[in-house]
Write a protein that binds this ligand. Sequence first.
Ligand code: MEV
Length: 576
Amino acid sequence: MSEQYNLSTMPVNHQATWSGFYKKSLRERQTQLKLVFPQVFTSSTPASVYVTPDTSPCNSPISVDFSSETNDQNIHSNSVLSDNSKINYLINKLESLSTENNKQIFPINGLDESIADNMIENCIGTIGLPVGLALNFIINGKSIIIPMAIEEPSVIAGVSGAAKTISAYNGFKATTTERNTIVAQVCLLDISQENMNFAVDKIIQNKSEIIKIANKYCDNMVKRGGGVCEINVRRIPRKANRNRNNYPINSDNFMEWLVVHITIDVCNAMGANCASTVAEGVAPFLAELTGGRIGLRIVSNLNVERMSKATFRIPLHMLAYKSLSGKEVAARIIEAYEWAEVDPYRATTHNKGIMNGIDAVALATGQDWRAIEAAAHAWACDGVRIHNDNFQSSNSYGSLTTYWIEKDEQLVTTGKTDDECLMFCGELELPITVGTAGGVLKTNQVYTYNLGIMGNPNAQELAMSMVCIGLAQNFAALRALATEGIQRGHMSLHAKNVAIAAGCPTNAVTSVAQRMIEKGKITLSSAKNIIELYMNEQVNISKNLLSNSLKIEDKFEKVCENLSNSLSNQVQCNIN
Ligand code: MEV
C-alpha cells in the first residue's frame, strides 16, 4: 500500500520534529537528517522511507510516502514528522533496512586530502571539527535549524536553550541590507595639500567613467544584475610628528590619505576577491585622474553597508529562574550588558561569546570568519559606530549587544498589571559579510550540505541567521552568568572532552564523564583515576563473566557426564 500525505498547508511543529534530538545517538541524528532533508542527502536515503521537505527548511516535512515496506498503520497520520515517536519509528526503520547506501559514511565528514592539497600551500593534512545543529530558532516567523562547527561544548546547547525561550514567544526579528555590497579601497599617495581639492573634484566629476572602467573588472557581477554602484572619496589626516628621516620615499609633503571607496553589488557572493580585482583594475585610471601615486588596492573587511540586525522581545516573567523572579533576572542581564558597554576587558569576553555563535555558523557554511571577526570588533569600537551615528557610548570598545526593558502598550490596554506588561528586549547589530555563491563553497561538500539543511539561504538570509545566533549566544551566556554561573553547566558538557583528553577509550567516555559530574570534580587527574577504576571494574566484570561461563561449562560437562553415565547404565540394563 502506498499513500501520500500532503502536509504542505499544515503548520509543522518544528519543536516536536527536533525534540529529543540531543538524546539520540550520532548515527540516529544523521538518519533523522536524511529523513527530513532527502533532497540534501539524496543518494543515501532509500526510496522506501522518505520525507519530502519544502525548499525552505522552515516548513521542512511536507509529505511522507510510506510504500509497501512501511505498512504499519500506526504511523499513518497527518503529522508524521511533528510527532517524535513517529520520527523515531522511521529512524529505526531506515536503520534496519541497512542497504549498501544506508551504510555509507554520512557526508558531513571533513575534507578530502587531495582537495585540501590543492587549496593551500605546503598542505600536510586536514583538521576536523564537530558539526552540530542549533535548534528552536524562529526567525521572522519561520523555523530554521542552523549548523554550527565548533570545538567548544555548551555553545550549541546555550544558543538552542536561548532560542527555545525566545521562540516560545514571538521568536527573533531579523533585518539586513537589501543590496549585498562590498567596498574596494584604493589609496592614492603623494598628492600635495594644494592639489587635494582638485584630486577629489576630479574623482567626483568622473564617477560614471570610473564606474564604467571598474565594471570591466567585475563583468560577472554586472551580468547577474550587480556591479559597481557607488564611488566615494575619503580624506584621512596622516598622523603627525612621525620621524620619517630615514624613509627611502620622501612623502613629507602630503598630509592626508586620499582613499577612494568603490562600492560593488556582489549579488550572492562574499565578494572579497571581486573587490580586490576591481581595486587593482581601476587604480591606474584613478592615479591618472588625480596625479597621485598608486598605494594599496584591496577590499575593506569593514563593510558598514552590510549591516545585519536581530532583536527579540519576551515578557519578563519568562526569565524567572529558580528562586529568582523574571524581573530580577532581567535586571541582572541588563547590568551585565551595561558593564560590557564601558569596560573593554569585559566587552572582549562578552563579544567573544557572540562570536562563538557567529563564527561557528561561518565555519560550518564556508565563510571567511576572520573577515567577520575583524568587522565585528571594529564595529564594537566607538570610533566606527559614532561615525555612523548608531551608538552613544563613552568608551573605546564595548558591547555589541544592547538590552532594555519596555512596556508593551497593547498589553496595557488589556487591563494587565504593570509588571505583566513589561517586556525584556535584546538587540544585536553588526556588519556581516557572507556569501552563498562562489568562493570556496564548492570545494568542500560539507558546506553544500550545511547550507542545504538551512534551506539554501541567500547571503542576506545567512547573515540574518548568524546575527540571531550571536544574539542567542549572548543572551544565553548573560542569563547563565547572571544567575547560577556557567561553570556547572559548561563543565558537565566539557566532562566528555576531559575524559577523552585523559586517554579514555571511546566506549567508556559517557560513563567516565558521568562519574566525574556525579563527583563534582571535572579535572584531568579525576578523569585518570576514574578511568583506572572503570578499567579495573571492566576487567573484574570480564573475569566474573569468564568464571561464570567456565562454571556453567563445568556444570554443563558434569550434567553431560551424568547424563551419559545414566544413559550407559540404562543401555547396560536394557542389554542385561
Ligand atoms: C565562553 O566561550 C563565552 C563566555 O565567556 C561569554 C561571556 O562571558 O559573555 C561565556
